[in-house]
Design a protein around this ligand. Structure first.
Ligand code: CMP
Length: 147
């Protein structure tokens, strides 16, 4: 059945004017954009979103990057949305993506392992948590019923 994932165009993607091209790729890849919201993360919200990385050396820089400008968060839906969106965005390190996945979104608009233009939930359980994080009214039962 259908599945939902949380996609985000990060500050470098939004400020670099990649939003329209990324949304075109999303729609052409058979995802439905169920919800979308342009929002500005503050330190508290960015830290909470990336809590699992809070002990990593790159965490302070990650929070600075993620609060540097608006982000576009989207709920995407299709069969196998989580893994298909991860495949479409390519590897975390955009430098590597340009070599190994030249048609990926991170190859298109990312710069390196931090400034990688887009985010995608890494599992269905992360997707559920991340969708709730931004869209309070999209209930988990709603997601479960899609399977
Ligand atoms: P994302 O897929 O959103 O998940 C965690 C983010 O942390 C990642 O994209 C990057 O923006 C950042 N990140 C991951 N690994 C590194 C790293 N080695 N150095 C700097 N930033 C990183």
């Amino acid at each position: 059945g259908k599945e939902r994932t949380l996609a985000m165009i990060k500050p470098d993607g939004v400020s670099g004017n990649y939003t329209e091209e990324i949304k075109r790729i999303i729609v052409e890849s058979s995802f439905s954009i169920v919800r979308e919201m342009l929002t500005q993360l503050d330190n508290e919200k960015a830290s909470a979103f990336y809590d699992e990385h809070s002990s990593r050396s790159f965490f302070p820089d990650l929070v600075t990057y993620m609060t540097s400008g608006p982000v576009l968060v989207m709920v995407l839906e299709k069969r196998d949305a989580v893994s298909d969106w991860r495949g479409l965005i390519g590897p975390t390190d955009a430098q590597k993506a340009k070599i190994s996945h030249p048609h990926s979104i991170r190859a298109l608009c990312g710069k390196d392992s931090q400034s990688n233009c887009v985010h995608g939930s890494d599992s269905t359980s992360s997707a559920e948590r991340e969708i709730k994080f931004f869209f309070d009214d999209v209930l988990s039962g709603d997601i479960a019923s899609q399977h």
